[in-house]
Design a protein around this ligand. Structure first.
Ligand code: C5P
Length: 309
């Protein structure tokens, strides 16, 4: 039996660089793992894959069928084993869900990464993290980060990961309004607005497709002070326009001593930093009364996956 903690992430900075020929966007983003976890346990089974799920956050549902990222990851690993002529193995996987779904915290991606890492160990494959990260990227753009963490600059569509020391101290207050957001729809809306802007400026669009996997100029990366003083997430406006109540939530957080109030990923989770955990807990109590789902999480200095890689 193998048990793994799958951590949530937030994006401390997220700049959308351009749309790629393959429909994805090139990003420049700073990812940070948090001490807020789903839990996965896995044990060997004969030839089949089974998934059970427990602890779904209130009002949400997640099916344990082939659309589930955990089963997609396990199936992909088995397909890869088959291609290499390795015998098929099975597993029972039990997922305890704590991280809200479609919230911008990478919970599904982290669960899928945990599955690849756990089964790699359970089935004694001993494949290197680079190989697992490459497989992970076929499932979702946020996955590669989870094989490296706990803090990293992420670029390309998510496949280029460069670890860096953590830039924040204290704890993170996570506020999750009780609705889900589709990453695909947020990027779609961002692309529409962006295309319109380009047309209005009468900029001639090049017919050349943008190069794949361009590595953003490192000079583009903002200074740490900039990240904290002027929090930036290019997807935030799209999600806030669609859900104006998030603006009020941001204002509420700004009034509560937290620093750098920002939406994570494609949202709708909003976070802020507190140097003093007690102040974070007091703010959490206040926000809970407004009916939001609130978590105070630590900033991870080490990835919980490290001991399995
Ligand atoms: O990779 P993932 O399945 O998480 O992405 C969901 C959707 O978000 C993609 O289909 C794409 O529309 C959009 N996306 C994007 N650029 C990225 C990541 C995601 O356009 N870097």
């Amino acid at each position: 039996m193998i048990t793994l903690k799958a951590p949530a992430k937030i994006n401390l900075y997220l700049e959308v660089l351009n749309k790629r020929a393959d429909g994805y966007h090139n990003l420049c983003s700073l990812f940070q793992m948090l001490g807020f976890y789903d839990n996965l346990s896995m044990r060997e089974a004969s030839e089949e894959l089974h998934l059970t799920i427990e602890g779904m956050p209130e009002g949400t549902s997640l099916s344990a069928d082939s659309s589930n990222l955990v089963l997609r990851a396990a199936t992909l690993l088995r397909e890869e084993m088959q291609m290499r002529g390795l015998p098929l193995r099975g597993a029972h996987i039990h997922l305890i869900k704590k991280i809200p779904i479609a919230a911008g915290m990478g919970g599904g991606s982290s669960d899928a990464a945990a599955t690849l890492i756990g089964l790699n160990r359970l089935w004694s494959l001993d494949w290197p993290r680079e190989k697992l990260a490459e497989l992970g990227c076929r499932i979702g753009s946020d996955l590669p980060f989870f094989f490296y963490g706990p803090t990293a600059w992420v670029s390309g569509r998510g496949e280029i990961v460069e670890t860096t020391p953590s830039i924040i101290e204290g704890v993170v207050l996570l506020v999750h309004p009780n609705f889900a957001v589709s990453t695909e729809e947020v990027f779609g809306a961002y692309a529409k607005v962006h295309e319109r802007k380009v047309k209005n400026r009468k900029i001639e669009l090049t017919r050349e497709p943008p190069p794949l996997n361009i590595h953003p100029d490192i000079k583009r990366r903002p200074e740490i002070n900039e990240i904290l003083l002027h929090p930036r997430n290019d997807l935030e406006k799209v999600t806030l326009d669609a859900h104006p109540e998030l603006e009020a939530l941001k204002d509420l957080l700004k009034s509560l001593e937290g620093e750098s109030v920002l939406m994570s990923g494609s949202g709708p989770t909003i976070f802020s930093f507190f140097k003093d955990p007690q102040a974070a807990n007091a703010a959490a109590e206040h926000i809970k009364k407004e009916g939001y789902h609130v978590t105070v999480a630590s900033i991870l200095r080490q990835s919980p996956f490290e001991e399995f890689l």
